[in-house]
Design a protein around this ligand. Structure first.
Ligand code: FE2
Length: 181
């Protein structure tokens, strides 16, 4: 599935603009991580783009989250590796390879980066690792962001935290114009 078709599917399945922007931000981070590891950028990007596809349907209680999305994606003929990655962000038993572990860290860091960008006049542009580290320590800032999923990145995918943040910032910046950042 090419990116245009993937985005059209996201637009069709999401109801909130914030959900769509979140999907694109995680896509950006996943693409940058794939580049860093010499992996398949499109496959990793699709996993980011689709990971919360059913967010606006499954709602706050989270029942069926990721499983509903997996069903839609299967119907649409999306690569099983992407579907596994989507399931992996919600269910640890699917975290079977680097991509399916990376989505957990990408999801969390994208949340932090978007929140950090929103409080800067220049948004994502010129964002520094050091300032993101500060926001990471400031637990009252974006309290919904799971810090452990960011801090565990080296254990998860073998990337030191500093480098992960740098790669993630670059990934967010690549999609920033699309999401108003
Ligand atoms: Fe997410």
């Amino acid at each position: 599935m090419d990116r245009e078709a993937a985005l059209a599917l996201c637009r069709g399945k999401t109801r909130k603009e914030t959900t769509l922007r979140h999907l694109i931000s995680v896509e950006g981070v996943m693409r940058a991580l794939a580049r860093r590891f010499g992996e398949d950028e499109d496959l990793w990007g699709l996993t980011g783009l689709f990971h919360d596809l059913d967010q606006d349907v499954t709602g706050e209680d989270g029942v069926g989250h990721a499983e509903v999305a997996a069903g839609w994606l299967r119907e649409a003929g999306v690569d099983e590796r992407v579907i596994n990655g989507v399931l992996a962000h919600a269910f640890p038993e699917y975290r079977t390879d680097r991509m399916s572990r990376a989505i957990v860290h990408a999801d969390a860091v994208a949340g932090l980066l978007v929140a950090a960008a929103l409080v800067r006049p220049e948004r994502a542009s010129g964002m520094k690792v050091s300032s993101v580290r500060k926001k990471l320590k400031e637990r009252a800032f974006a309290p919904g962001v799971n810090r452990e999923e960011i801090l565990g990145v080296e254990e998860g995918i073998g990337l030191p935290l500093e480098e992960f943040l740098a790669v993630a910032i670059e990934g967010l910046q690549a999609v920033a114009p699309e999401i108003g950042l």
